[in-house]
Design a protein around this ligand. Structure first.
Ligand SMILES: *Cc1c(COP(=O)(O)O)cnc(C)c1O
Length: 401
């Protein structure tokens, strides 16, 4: 490898021999954050959920773009994800959505000014002990389980817990929240499960009000709930998928102009011409029915393209669909380019995102795989460099040829 070979994260454009990459449209992320902020109920703010490396887009650039678009704070799943934001110099409030139980983890939260999610009194007391000696209060959010049966204390215990936490002088209750299990359910209006979860959440909040107890910032909504009803917005909404430009369900968010922020591209590494009757890739799951022109791409399931899409995937070349044929392998796949004679070695095709006025959405992958767009987006591996689209468009940006 020559010295000019780029470090994947150091070079903002694809090297002429880069086989595949992910382009991230930071302007789209910023615009999505701005549209979301405009759609919120008065008094409600946007938390950009940037866990799982910003749903595969890169947590730090996503966080920066979301903040520029009006996001007030960030949500991450793990302690390490929170530390990554701090090390990048981001100073906005960060809530760790996952459960931290070890004193070392909570001590790190205090050190890095990350807010842990508490599901009970044990962690609240640990926070009190850690913060009491430190001279600064530790901000926490209390999570209540209103019908998801994952994290959170039973909502019936909400008021008692808030009371107990309020008595800890080194702990600041910065928020009370819950998470909805079925906010993207089909149909107009709120589905019965969401209604029931909201009733439980409201019951706790009104109990707190009557008892004169603090709740801090109240929040309940993910993307689906945010798009579904302003009545679910409270003081804050925790938005992931919609920030990245995708609607959680076809019936939600049609009125918002959300732009998908990710494009996945790959380069043709070889063109072959073969006769009719030739079996392609492992297991010969495709056999040519005519003399064919095959194009090999340097991207495979180890990069995050599900092998389940073998023989079912299409890519775009200058806006035209080109079918993938045979088994998708770990590092490569084959296209049938017989009807696309312009597709040559070195040409760039689009697996996900925009190309020549056409677009492929993660839904086109998730549905045949029996999964959801969230899993497709966060499935792209770090073997694919993340490249900011704005840098690619600079006149001296190296081009995409
Ligand atoms: C991941 C997550 C979100 C964001 O969900 P989207 O559906 O992507 O908007 C919100 N809240 C919690 C607790 C989460 O874990």
């Amino acid at each position: 490898m020559s010295e000019s070979w780029p470090q994947p994260r150091a070079q903002p454009w694809p090297h002429p021999r880069q086989r595949a990459w992910v382009e991230v449209n930071e302007d789209a992320l910023e615009a999505n954050a701005r549209s979301l902020c405009r759609s919120l109920a008065p008094g409600s703010a946007l938390m950009a959920v940037v866990k799982a490396d910003g749903y595969g887009h890169g947590a730090v650039p996503v966080a920066r773009a979301a903040a520029a678009g009006g996001a007030r704070c960030f949500g991450v799943a793990t302690l390490q994800e929170g530390v990554e934001l701090r090390q990048a110099g981001l100073s906005q409030p960060v809530l760790v959505l996952g459960n931290l139980t070890h004193p070392d983890e909570l001590r790190a939260c205090l050190h890095w000014q990350l807010m842990p999610t508490l599901s009970g009194m044990r962690e609240a007391l640990l926070c009190q002990n850690l913060a009491a000696g430190s001279g600064r209060a530790m901000a926490v959010h209390l999570k209540l389980d209103t019908g998801m049966a994952r994290l959170g204390a039973p909502w019936q215990e909400g008021q008692r817990l808030v009371e107990a936490i309020a008595a800890l002088e080194a702990v600041e209750l910065a928020g009370v929240y819950s998470h909805l299990a079925d906010a993207d359910a089909p149909g107009d209006g709120l589905d019965p499960l969401t209604q029931r979860q909201q009733q439980h959440f409201d019951a706790v909040l009104s109990g707190l009000r009557q008892a004169g107890l603090p709740s801090g910032c109240r929040h309940l909504a993910n993307s689906a709930a945010t798009l579904r009803s302003p009545g679910l917005h409270y003081d804050l909404v925790r938005v992931g998928l919609a920030l990245y430009g995708h609607r959680p369900a076809a019936h939600l968010g049609g009125e918002l102009a959300l732009q998908p922020a990710m494009q996945v591209r790959a380069r043709v590494s070889l063109i072959r011409t073969v006769s009719a009757g030739v079996g392609v890739s492992y297991g010969h799951r495709f056999t040519t029915s005519r003399p064919s022109r095959l194009a090999v791409l340097g991207i495979g399931y180890a990069d995050g393209v599900p092998r389940l899409l073998s023989n079912r995937l299409q890519v775009l070349f200058q806006g035209r669909p080109v079918p993938q044929v045979g088994a998708i392998t770990m590092d490569q796949m084959v296209l049938d380019a017989t009807d696309v004679p312009e597709l040559d070695q070195g040409a760039v095709v689009t697996l996900l995102g925009e190309d020549g006025g056409a677009r492929i959405d993660p839904l086109a992958w998730s549905e045949p795989c029996g999964t959801i767009p969230w899993e497709i987006l966060c499935g792209f591996k770090h073997r694919l460099p993340r490249l900011p689209l704005q840098a690619l468009r600079q006149p001296d940006g190296g081009g995409q040829g």
